[in-house]
Ligand binder design. Structure first.
Ligand SMILES: [Zn+2]
Length: 176
């Protein structure tokens, strides 16, 4: 992405619509295997590819597996949803993941919706995955982190993004 305006243009061209929700079933180990397989596939396509763990590029699979093992099941399932989305709905993805990560960092820092954040959270894959994370966290009563506040943030975004988010929330509420 050359610049911010280009990014915004891309976001505006991304259609917000409701897709049949994905709810991965399996154990933590099975989910981690899916993430590792996806990492290996990406590394094969791009030898410069790396996973960033605490801002450090990592390509060693065992190190990545160790990180996932220590990670929260909610985060892991959220990422598995993204992988399944790419298989099932490739057109759902219209943005650059690197930019999305920057946006995420900004949200964590400021806890407010900048223009960027609105774009990031309005992306169709994220609307579904965050609805999952929100219900998962709420039902399991895990911590008071970003995910727990995500409903308020989507409410602030409003419009059809919030309508679609609510529809996913209804689905996950009934199925998790
Ligand atoms: Zn996500």
């Amino acid at each position: 992405m050359k610049n911010y305006n280009e990014y915004i243009k891309l976001l505006e061209s991304t259609k917000v619509k409701y897709y049949e929700p994905i709810l991965p079933k399996g154990s933590k180990k099975e989910f981690i295997d899916i993430l590792i397989k996806d990492f290996e596939k990406q590394l094969k396509n791009d030898p410069k590819f790396a996973m960033y763990i605490h801002d450090k590029p990592v390509t060693d699979v065992e190190e990545i597996r160790k990180f996932f093992n220590s990670d929260d099941i909610n985060n892991i399932t959220h990422e598995v949803i993204h992988i399944k989305q790419q298989e099932k709905y490739p057109k759902m993805f219209g943005y650059l993941l690197k930019q999305a990560q920057k946006d995420w960092d900004e949200l964590e820092k400021n806890n407010n919706i900048t223009k960027n954040m609105r774009g990031y959270l309005s992306n169709p894959p994220e609307i579904m995955a965050y609805a999952f994370s929100y219900i998962y966290i709420t039902k399991k009563k895990i911590g008071e982190d970003m995910y727990g506040k995500i409903d308020d943030i989507y409410k602030q975004i409003g419009g059809e993004v919030y309508d679609v988010f609510k529809k996913y929330v209804d689905f996950y509420e009934q199925n998790i």
